[in-house]
Design a protein around this ligand. Structure first.
Ligand SMILES: O=C1O[C@H](COP(=O)(O)O)[C@@H](O)[C@H](O)[C@H]1O
Length: 272
């Protein structure tokens, strides 16, 4: 069982004892949101990311999930992608296809990925155009409060520097407000050419989950979740800027990633 609580403005935090439990908790959560979205609007629009996320979703291809999830109603997008060919190992699309999408019944026509053969700028603009078309046709629901699409679920990993999607600390991509998808040619982590959803699109989603595992993420998790002094520069950490305006944020952590949260600090009288 995960240790779960809700922070007054940082969403629901679930700290799992180990990766096996986290992975079960994550796929249960995805299956629940998929079912609710399909019941409500006949489709489920999910955006994936890179990193260890796809392997943590691996149980979706196993029983009972492979049978109970209505894969034919899934529409799959990426919250970020590396601008390399479709079969390149760095490509988030390839990872998701190899380990998840090719093993379940998602229609190929429901998989909306970038063109990795053009420049990052062109890839971002073409991908945004496709998402705008799908929002116009109501495959994607528009947000009630902004012009953005309202994804049913955006799944994000987090780097030890606090980056989410391909929004890195102090990078100009973090400031983009008018575009839905932007691009980088100098990402601090390879590969340098990437596209990413912008913060307004992430924060317009109905559900956002941030998944972080391992001790290397513990400090960024503390800075992203715990209360900080108002002038603290960590207030602009990308993971901290994920604040769905009309949706729900859930953090999936393992014990090492959650270990620096204030909640687990020993009281001062118990430090020696
Ligand atoms: O480059 C990326 O890295 C992060 C985190 O990866 P990790 O190996 O440090 O866990 C990932 O969440 C992000 O989506 C990806 O583009």
């Amino acid at each position: 069982m995960a240790l779960t609580w809700t922070h007054k403005d940082r969403g629901e935090i679930r700290v799992h004892e180990n990766l096996e439990e986290l992975s079960i908790g994550l796929v249960d959560y995805i299956a629940e949101i998929s079912e609710a979205s399909i019941l409500e609007q006949g489709a489920f629009c999910i955006a994936l990311s890179g990193g260890p996320l796809i392997s943590l979703m691996g149980k979706l291809i196993e029983s009972p999930y492979n049978k109970i999830v209505d894969w034919a109603k899934w529409y799959v997008f990426w919250a970020e992608e590396r601008v390399v060919g479709k079969s390149h190992d760095d490509r988030n699309y390839k990872q998701a296809m190899d380990y998840l999408l090719s093993k379940v019944g998602v229609f190929p026509g429901h998989i909306c990925s970038i063109n990795g053969k053009v420049s990052a700028e062109e890839a971002a603009s073409k991908y945004e155009f496709a998402i705008r078309q799908m929002t116009r046709k109501r495959t994607l629901t528009p947000s009630e409060t902004s012009e953005c699409p309202k994804f049913d679920l955006i799944l994000l990993g987090m780097g030890s520097d606090g980056h989410v999607a391909s929004l890195f600390p102090n990078h100009p991509a973090l400031e983009v407000k008018d575009d839905w998808v932007t691009y980088l040619t100098n990402a601090p982590k390879p590969p340098p050419e990437r596209i990413t959803f912008t913060l307004p699109v992430i924060n317009a989603a109905a559900n956002v989950a941030i998944v972080a595992t391992g001790e290397s993420k513990a400090n960024a998790i503390h800075l992203a979740i715990d209360d900080l002094p108002l002038q603290d520069s960590s207030l602009s950490l990308p993971a901290r800027l994920v604040q769905p305006s009309n949706g729900k944020l859930v953090w999936f952590l393992d014990t090492p990633a959650g270990s620096k949260l204030d909640r687990f600090k020993l009281p001062e009288w118990n430090l020696d």
